[in-house]
Design a protein around this ligand. Structure first.
Ligand code: ZN
Ligand code: MN
Length: 474
């Protein structure tokens, strides 16, 4: 039996706002438990929520960047359920009128691009965090309660665990590019529930699905889905495919999913409109939507394509450079420093800048203009790449300009051919055995001699020139 896999994701992302969604408590991690709290986010009776404008802006920004549609009106609703991390007994969420509907995110998997359609994007408050002790005791940290949380739901468009992982990776990068969230998964700032079902190929109806809850790393999503495919395939082959929807957890150590509950129908959250917050009309928002539209920056895949096209980079180089916005900005600043008429020089400069940047990832350590000067010196052969390593180390340590470092440490390349010839002659006399080997046809022997000359010059010679001189001598 040929089966096909159907996956949909539900992603929660904490927003990087200054304050929480309905109160003025700061949004900050790395503080002691239960310090960023107030009567509003603790759900005391009689308090009223006040909506955070910045959270609306960031949600709209992400939605617009993902081509979602903004409705005419939006509203918050109460999602009622009891749990110790939810002091009010309900979560203020959006059910009937989400901020954004539809849209898509383009992913790249195995060199192929694919648009994954979105169902909706809405805004809600995060719940508190439960911590469980070793003796079975539990603690509640309310710092997280009330932090603005985006919920993004995809259509069931994903067909493999690899695609699901690719979707999350690119989404993660997009929210970082837009400065919507840092989305650090290990801190729980981005969390994912994955829905998965299998059905015989050609079958139109969906089978019962499994929802895997609270996956908090790309790897966990991929592993959990792979396990679920194996488990459900077996059930199909045994002629007893899942009949009811179920919720499962993922055991990361054993790499298996574990049944949490099985249900005929979805949980009844008794959604109803939040009476303490007004309906808001999109055309009368306190800020112009145009302003948000104009602040959408170039997204990662578009940037990658442009890097390949404009700078003539390899796919892999462009991928690394765009995997971090700071790095991408850094390399572009460096490239903008090059002033040359010749296309060939420009190309050479970009190549060098790319490889030096990729290999060492300097953005937070070195000023772009210093780095650009450094690349110019390398490309003009003013220093050898061996000296280059030393210069970079010094730039990192002292923040000085490369030209000053080179002067102070006498790292200029030896331009005087006679000087290199003298040293090469000396090395040849000192290594008679190696010279014999070379004459017998051992190419490696020459490399050894080049190495000796480089050592003698403390890395200040151009290895190509050294090799040429040695070869002429021999
Ligand atoms: Zn508060
Ligand atoms: Mn939610």
């Amino acid at each position: 039996m040929k089966l096909e896999t159907i996956i949909g994701l539900e992603v929660h992302i904490e927003l990087r706002t200054k304050t929480k969604l309905f109160c003025s408590c700061p949004v900050k991690s790395d503080v002691s438990a239960n310090t960023n709290i107030c009567p509003i986010c603790l759900g005391h009776p009689g308090v009223l929520p006040v909506l955070n404008e910045e959270a609306i802006k960031k949600t709209l920004l992400l939605g617009l960047a993902l081509n979602s549609e903004i409705g005419e009106i939006s509203r918050f609703d109460r999602k009622n359920y009891f749990y110790p991390d939810l002091p009010k007994g309900y979560q203020i969420s959006q059910f009937f009128l989400p901020l954004l509907k539809g849209g898509f995110l383009e992913i790249e998997n195995d060199g192929k691009r694919k648009k994954i359609d979105l169902e909706r994007i809405h805004l809600e408050e995060d719940a508190a965090k439960l911590l469980h002790g070793e003796k079975g005791e539990s603690f509640v940290d309310f710092n997280r309660a009330g932090i603005p949380l985006i919920e993004l739901v995809t259509r069931p468009d994903l067909t493999s665990p690899e695609e699901a992982k690719a979707f999350l990776e690119i989404l993660h990068l997009v929210v970082q590019y837009l400065n919507v969230s840092e989305a650090e998964m290990q801190k729980g700032e981005m969390r994912c529930d994955a829905n998965i079902s299998l059905r015989p190929k050609g079958e139109k109806n969906f089978s019962a699905k499994t929802e895997i809850k609270n996956l908090n790393s790309f790897k966990a999503v991929e592993d959990a889905l792979n396990y679920e495919i194996k488990r459900q395939t077996l059930l199909h082959e045994e002629g007893r495919p899942p009949k009811t929807n179920s919720t499962r957890g993922f055991d990361e150590k054993k790499k298996i999913t574990v049944l949490q509950r099985e249900k005929e129908e979805s949980h009844d959250y008794r959604y109803f409109p939040e009476p303490d917050l007004p309906i808001f009309e999109m055309k009368s928002l306190p800020f112009p939507l145009e302003e948000i539209k104009n602040s959408i920056k170039e997204l990662p895949l578009a940037k990658k394509d442009r890097f390949i096209k404009t700078y003539d980079l390899l796919e892999e180089e462009a991928k690394i450079l765009t995997s971090d916005l700071a790095l991408a900005d850094f390399i572009e600043k460096i490239i903008s420093e090059i002033k040359t008429e010749s296309e060939e020089d420009r190309r050479k400069f970009v190549k060098l800048a790319t490889s030096w940047t990729i290999n060492r990832l300097w953005p937070e350590l070195v000023k772009p203009e210093n780095f650009a000067e450094f690349i110019i010196l390398i490309s003009q052969n003013k220093i050898s790449s061996a000296s280059g390593q030393k210069v970079l180390e010094e730039m990192k340590k002292t923040g000085k300009k490369p030209s000053d470092i080179i002067k102070e440490n006498k790292l200029e390349i030896i331009g005087d051919v006679e000087e290199i010839k003298t040293i090469a002659g000396k090395i040849i006399l000192e290594n008679k055995k190696v010279v014999e080997d070379f004459k017998k046809g051992k190419e490696n022997a020459l490399q050894f001699l080049v190495g000796q000359v480089m050592k003698e010059t403390k890395g200040r010679a151009d290895p190509k020139l050294v090799q040429e001189i040695l070869r002429n001598f021999l």
